[in-house]
Design a protein around this ligand. Structure first.
Ligand code: PSU
Ligand code: MN
Length: 299
């Protein structure tokens, strides 16, 4: 694992650092939009006064903080693997390239000493999980990793209610940022309530401090940051296209880690790019809020 020099310096100096995931760049967004979003998220973190550390496997090395050359390689190469935690070692051992999921990014960020992480939407329990047992490894890692994750809820392609139940079982704290409703990724509201509401980055930090004090800092704090309703994807369009996508995935026999990229791609194409616009907005908003939180956290 290699920390970029500026990331190592910032961490040593107690300055704010925000980890960013790369599976969204490698497997969640089409080219060339993926690279633009990666750069916009980094810029949003910098503008809010923190240092971005995008995490990925580059030529066999787990890198925390990518220079532009590495970011371009990860966004544009055809041989980049979607890496959960269990894939990190094999990809590294063979000198390969990997886009890290929420699970793998949270793992590496915590290992590097970074406490705040921004993503789009978490993985979770898939809709047909009763038959397929398909539950994202994101949940298991959040259960045992002391990190603050800013997201727009869980991806709306999932069974949101089941995912919230699993987060409860796994002792993951869930905070709604200026909302009582758990966000629905592309949508502002998933139709589920959020357990706790906070109004500011400072309030998130007081929860983190209390968690340290009470010995619950070994599991994640999820900060759910909704898109404003004026910026969400049209809910009727979303529901229709998603229903078609679920049928298409089933018909095409898509399984395991290919399900999430397949559905995100289907949504992007069938909404004429509107889901991409919403996805971009929410990633940038989450990066900015994560930077505000990191800036309030004592080093
Ligand atoms: N959020 C997005 N786009 C994505 C993902 C999240 O806006 O592509 C990725 C994350 O990396 C997340 C992964 O960890 O999807 C979940 O995949 P799976 O369901 O296979 O665990
Ligand atoms: Mn899965």
């Amino acid at each position: 694992m290699r920390l970029a020099p500026e990331v190592a310096e910032a961490l040593a100096g107690g300055r704010p650092v925000v980890a960013l995931e790369s599976a969204i760049v490698t497997h969640g967004l089409p080219r060339p939009r993926n690279l633009e979003v990666a750069r916009e998220a980094e810029a949003a973190v910098r503008d809010a006064g923190a240092l971005p550390a995008t995490i990925a496997i580059v030529a066999g090395e787990a890198r925390v903080g990518l220079d532009d050359e590495a970011l371009v390689a990860v966004a544009e190469r055809d041989d980049v693997v979607k890496c959960g935690v269990r894939d990190l070692a094999p990809v590294a051992a063979r000198g390969g390239y990997g886009g890290t999921t929420v699970a793998a990014t949270a793992h590496l960020a915590a290992r590097a000493g970074i406490r705040v992480f921004a993503t789009g939407g978490l993985g979770g329990v898939h809709r047909e999980a009763r038959q397929s047992w398909d539950e994202s490894a994101d949940l298991e890692v959040l259960a045992r990793t002391g990190i603050v994750v800013v997201c727009a809820g869980v991806k709306s392609i999932l069974d949101v209610g089941a995912t919230l139940e699993r987060l409860e079982t796994l002792n993951v704290t869930v905070l709604g940022y200026r909302t009582d409703r758990f966000p629905g990724f592309y949508l502002s509201d998933s139709d589920f309530p959020v357990p706790w509401r906070v109004e500011s980055a400072a309030e998130v930090v007081s929860v983190v401090r209390a968690s340290d004090e009470l010995g619950t800092e070994g599991s994640a704090v999820v900060v759910a940051n909704p898109l404003p309703s004026a910026e969400q994807l049209d809910p009727a369009l979303h529901d229709r296209v998603l229903a078609e996508g679920l049928i298409a995935a089933e018909a095409a026999g898509v399984r395991c880690k290919d399900v999430t990229p397949f559905l995100l791609d289907h949504l992007a194409r069938e909404t004429g790019g509107a889901s991409l616009e919403a996805n971009t907005r929410l990633v940038v908003r989450n990066a900015r809020l994560a930077a505000e939180i990191a800036s309030e956290l004592p080093g």
